[in-house]
Design a protein around this ligand. Structure first.
Ligand code: SAH
Ligand code: F3S
Length: 470
């Protein structure tokens, strides 16, 4: 494979891994909403704040700083932020030194940040997704001036490398490889909140993953809104496939995943990497959104039902044990009953392992809210319910088909529900619980699946036969 395609960067700066400060003077509580990008942004903010003497706390009542890292993809979570942050006023009255901030995707909208400013006067700090590295400076401004501070950049500059990060997990780590999105799906606010597509230079990613391996991390999930478009904007031949082959060489790393993929950007080269690079898991999250061509066109998804189905067939012909999950929107403006049925039939035809299903939520500034939408909410809810039932039956069937198989499981720890058992995930990202000693935590072990429950598999560790003559 063309490893030499990746350009060399001299001394790329990896991201310093930060532990909670031992003699922390202050505490920070961060509420994270939305996608994995936000989870990683929160870990970055914890890292930046640790350098300022802040240790994380789960209890908002004992915090000196509370941040809401928000999501704008649908309206409901946005509304909840106003409710929840509104309630924090009481804490601020008890502790006038408490600083409250709102960051993430919501402030990227001019309307929303103004609304936050006007309706939540006890919020001291508002900043956007491209200002995260500025958090320590903004915090100082609030502390020094006692004034409210808002800073939201609408245009991104160069990618800021080398930011510290405090990761929650010890085995699995997220690594962003591409920011933003250049698609303009008519329902989606992400291009507004996360900006244009821009890929990180491969050298930085490799340095980061090498460091994670040295720290004992076993599984890396590469992140991007359209992760499979990685490299397109670099213009130097770098692609997700070439990156995966390079990361596959790093000793200590056991598993590589990537999410989220756009069907248009799955290349043959990528399918080969998924099939042949041993650490790349046979797991793909491939949002389809709808099974009807008219709706797909209105959504601006740039593929047809037939093209999506052909892609799934191709993927499965090369990777027969592929675990495939998806995202689906029901009730897109004007979606008829027949058009919804096309989505149901696609779901039945593809047999996804799982699906995240959503009722369409109009987002300001996107194309779709301008379309006529005569469908009552009630009908949309019924459609969602029906789709969930169809998919749940398929998920159960696909999980049942795994009973009797031997799965490679990365052991994550004790099961929360049943601490007498261990829990981990298969290469297909399915949760498995099984009996075993603590020494297995952090290892990859073979587990024979004995039972399939709705959301989890149950199994037994397969002990390799010991040769007596050895
Ligand atoms: N490519 C992105 C997509 C972000 S949004 C990613 O990394 O996942 C995640 C999912 O939310 C989308 O795939 C879509 O199914 C759903 N979604 C996006 N906008 C929506 C809207 N306006 N209403 C309902 N669901 C939406
Ligand atoms: Fe959103 Fe479509 Fe990009 S769903 S993140 S605009 S690929």
């Amino acid at each position: 494979m063309a490893l030499d395609l990746l350009p060399i960067i001299n001394n790329p700066m990896p991201r310093p891994s930060i532990k909670p400060p031992e003699n922390a003077t202050k505490k920070v509580h961060i509420v994270t909403l939305g996608c994995q990008m936000n989870v990683l942004d929160t870990e970055t903010m914890f890292g930046l704040l640790a350098r300022e003497g802040y240790a994380p706390t789960d209890d908002p009542a004992e915090a000196d700083l509370i941040l809401y890292n928000t999501c704008s993809v649908r309206e409901n979570p946005e509304r909840k932020v106003y409710g929840q942050v509104g309630l924090l006023k009481r804490l601020k009255e008890e502790n006038p030194n408490l600083i409250i901030g709102i960051c993430g995707c919501m402030p990227q909208s001019k309307v929303e940040r103004q609304k936050i400013w006007d309706q939540l006067p006890h919020v001291d700090l508002v900043f956007g997704t491209m200002n995260i590295h500025r958090l320590p400076e903004l915090l100082h401004q609030v502390q020094e001036t006692g004034q409210r501070v808002m800073e939201v950049w609408d245009e991104h500059g160069d990618i800021v490398e080398g930011l510290p990060v405090m990761r929650e997990d010890k085995l699995k780590a997220y690594v962003t490889i591409i920011y933003g999105c250049d698609y303009r799906c008519s329902f989606c606010i992400v291009p507004q909140t996360r900006g244009r597509q821009r890929s990180r230079r491969a050298g930085y990613i490799i340095a980061e993953v090498e460091q994670l391996a040295a720290e004992g991390y076993k599984e890396i999930t590469l992140l991007g809104q359209t992760v499979d478009a990685y490299g397109k904007d670099l213009g130097d031949g770098t692609s997700l496939a070439s990156l995966l082959w390079r990361l596959n060489e790093i000793p200590g790393i056991e598993r590589l995943r990537f999410t989220t993929s756009h069907p248009r950007d799955i290349t043959d080269e990528l399918i080969v990497a998924m099939r042949d690079a041993d650490k790349v898991c046979e797991w793909l999250h491939l949002p389809v959104q709808s099974g009807n061509n008219r709706i797909l066109k209105l959504m601006g998804r740039r593929y047809t039902r037939e093209q999506y189905l052909a892609l799934v067939e191709k993927l499965r012909s090369h990777i027969p044990d592929l675990t495939l999950t998806t995202d689906i929107i029901v009730g897109f403006p004007g979606e008829t009953d027949e058009e919804f049925e096309d989505t149901v039939s696609l779901v039945e035809e593809v047999q996804f392992d799982g699906a995240f299903t959503f009722i369409y939520s109009p987002r300001p500034g996107t194309g779709a809210p301008n379309l006529p939408d005569p469908i009552p909410e009630e009908v949309k809810r019924e459609r969602l319910q029906r789709l969930i039932e169809v998919q749940n039956a398929i998920t159960a069937k696909r999980n049942k088909a795994l009973v009797g198989t031997l799965q490679e499981v990365l052991v994550e720890g004790k099961s929360e529900k049943d601490p007498s058992r261990l829990t981990g995930r298969t290469r297909g990202n399915k949760i498995v619980v099984f009996h075993g000693g603590d020494e297995l935590i952090g290892q990859v072990v073979p587990v024979r699946i004995t039972e399939a429950r709705t959301w989890t598999l149950v199994g037994d560790v397969e002990v390799p036969a010991v040769s007596r003559t050895a």
